[in-house]
Design a protein around this ligand. Structure first.
Ligand code: 5HY
Length: 249
């Protein structure tokens, strides 16, 4: 099976970090590849960034459909464009936030999230509500680091993330911690060692869930709201999307 990881921001270094973490955890026989859109924000730290990045995600899904990809992972903790992406394909599409929430509730009664900037915490809260995990999550915390510090000032960023994880461990009465950024995909073992709690990271969680779904022969349902979009005219800079024939394969 071929799993495509889509980093919705346009920072190639972070795409590589995400791709390497996936390759390390993938089962023998699972091919993984990682891509990011050409156009969009270098990091996603707001609702605006998310909205723009979602279009890039959909372009990457469209490319993947022409390469016979078997499953897609949206590797940004806001799961940008997830539902729209599921409309474009029969393959499973998994967001790293959703994957991490599912895995965390399988190993703990309550978990906390440690993300990058406090201002994006509300995005995680909306997802918890939307996916029905709010009552499992004690707190959405932030290390107050810009996303690109994970690439550009990673040692200092790691110290702040570990400190916030320790505060969550000592104050939140939890059994596990969810890491709130795709750019943290290579930090799981180091943080788990330092904090002494199960650390759930979305990229690797989503790889394992993708393998399970494809292994079960399960894909995105085309009955109901995730059916292929109805072909129609798109105008202006989206004109090329007009009257696409689905499936795109
Ligand atoms: C992410 N931003 O996973 C989110 C993290 C965040 O560019 N990749 C990003 O802070 O919401």
């Amino acid at each position: 099976m071929h799993i495509r990881l889509i980093n919705p921001n346009t920072t190639a270094g972070m795409t590589a970090t995400i791709g390497e973490a996936a390759k390390r955890i993938a089962a023998p026989g699972t091919q993984t590849s990682a891509s990011n859109p050409e156009s969009g924000p270098v990091s996603i730290e707001s609702h605006f960034d998310e909205a723009i990045s979602a279009v890039g995600v959909l372009e990457e899904i469209t490319k993947g459909e022409r390469e016979q990809v078997d499953a897609y992972i949206i590797a940004c903790f806001g799961d940008p464009g997830l539902m729209a992406a599921r409309e474009l394909t029969r393959a499973p599409v998994i967001g790293i936030a959703e994957a991490a929430f599912h895995m965390a509730t399988l190993i703990s009664t309550r978990f906390s999230i440690v993300t990058t900037l406090g201002r994006t915490g509300i995005i995680a809260e909306h997802l918890l509500d939307n996916y029905g995990f709010s009552h499992h999550c004690r707190r959405v915390r932030a290390a107050e680091i810009p996303v690109l510090d994970l690439e550009e000032d990673s040692d200092a960023a790691l110290v702040r993330i570990i400190d916030e994880c320790k505060r969550a461990r000592d104050e939140d009465n939890i059994g596990a911690i969810v890491l709130g950024c795709g750019g943290m995909a290579d930090l799981t073992d180091t943080i788990a060692e330092a904090v002494g709690l199960p650390i759930v990271e979305g990229v690797t969680a989503a790889v394992k869930l993708s393998e399970a779904l494809v292994g079960l022969g399960l894909g995105t349902s085309k009955h109901g709201d995730l059916a292929f979009p109805r072909p129609k005219t798109f105008t202006g800079s989206f004109a090329a999307l007009s009257h696409q024939a689905f499936p795109l394969k």
